[in-house]
Design a protein around this ligand. Sequence first.
Ligand code: PGA
Length: 257
Amino acid sequence: MRVPIIAGNWKMNKTPKEARELAAAMKDRLLAITAAERVLCPPFIDLSAVYDVVAGTDIGLGAQNLYPEKSGAYTGEVSPAMLKELCQYVILGHSERRGYFGESDEFINRKVKSALSYGLTPIVCVGENLEQNERGETGSFVSGQVCGVLAGLAAEDVLKLVVAYEPIWAIGTGRAATAEGANQVIGGVVRATIAELYGAAIADQVRIQYGGSMNAANAAELLRQPDIDGGLIGGAALKADDFIAIVQAAADVRGAR
Ligand code: PGA
């Protein structure tokens, strides 16, 4: 049974003081919902503040990026060794990093390997844009991304990571994929590609999230789909009540299975 995982991607929002307040506003209610893994991913500069709130609990803490070297002359970058002191997770290959900062599957693959070598759990993002979707290229494109970001990984490493399927046209638009549509890509493309690479027994164990305008109103329907194992939440993760409602929906769905 795959444990659902809900991660809040705070993107470039919240000062350290605000981040501490938001985490504190969520903490007790998150702790009360134990049937889902819940992860907060604030900006780098907020990690210490949120760590102070969640340390010693089973609320996960994640970063939104890393640079795949241990240390050195990489001005402005943050290494997995640094993250490891505070975090258990790291979002890698988000479409905003791919789009605005030119990150390739190859570079993301280096980051995935680096994160794994430090014991961090990568949440690796894939997803097509609107034109690709409309041209019917979703399957081939997303499958290619999955192959690219997982290249050279052993099966035991693939079991340690989480994949997030985030169609770019659904991110921040208020227009989520339909539950059936998201499930179709997650099961029929992402999990199927992992099965081709590593076999069905491995693919069955890998957790795959949906992301893109998931919110308190649509979460239950998305999370009820058999191949959707959680969510990567942007806008709704910045509101305590909404994020808690999504985590609760994940826990309820699991309870009902
Ligand atoms: P959204 O963002 O929930 O605001 O659409 C999701 C994401 O980019 O991870």
